[in-house]
Design a protein around this ligand. Structure first.
Ligand code: FES
Length: 166
């Protein structure tokens, strides 16, 4: 029996983007008015190598349904090995998510260059749909209510909205 339930309600998804590539690609998507899913919270970090395992585990413990990490492509990290470090960290946390029954597919790493706004939007859209199909993170039932940021190209800016309640 699965410990997750499926729902048509928007999943709570974090998109963690490195400053140089992932976030720049998100910016290109926004300025190009390419729509991507609402209710995705974009978090900017200096480099994906700065993300620790515990950061992701705390996010899932707080009820996030999925995390998509957008860093520089292989060999192009502005901090040399940060993206390689992040990919190893993602593999470790995926193993833990699988072992506790939440599912490894709730976490992904994608390498995109700064100009890839369309690819960012498409990857984010696909990722959100995959996470939606996995159902809500059951730990979210215990999490306090939160807010998330809605990013759409139409708005071109962040707007704070209430996170979907489970
Ligand atoms: Fe982009 Fe390191 S600066 S992943």
């Amino acid at each position: 029996m699965s410990i997750v339930e499926t729902s048509s309600v928007n999943p709570r998804v974090l998109a963690i983007c490195c400053l140089y590539c992932g976030y720049a690609a998100a910016d290109v998507a926004g300025t190009s008015q390419i729509h991507y899913p609402e209710a995705v919270r974009i978090v900017k970090v200096p480099c994906t190598g700065s993300i620790e395992d515990i950061d992701l585990l705390r996010a899932f413990e707080a009820g996030v349904d999925g995390v998509l990490i957008f860093g520089c492509p292989d060999g192009q990290c502005h901090h040399k090995q940060g993206n390689a470090r992040a990919k190893k960290m993602v593999a470790r946390v995926q193993t833990l998510l699988h072992r506790v029954g939440l599912g490894a597919d709730r976490l992904e790493f994608h390498g995109l260059s700064a100009s890839m706004g369309a690819e960012f939007a498409a990857t984010l859209t696909d990722g959100v749909e995959r996470i939606r199909a996995l159902g809500h993170n059951p730990l979210g039932r215990c999490a306090p209510s939160d807010t998330t940021r809605e990013h759409t190209a139409e708005h071109g800016a962040e707007a704070r909205v209430a996170a979907p309640q489970h």
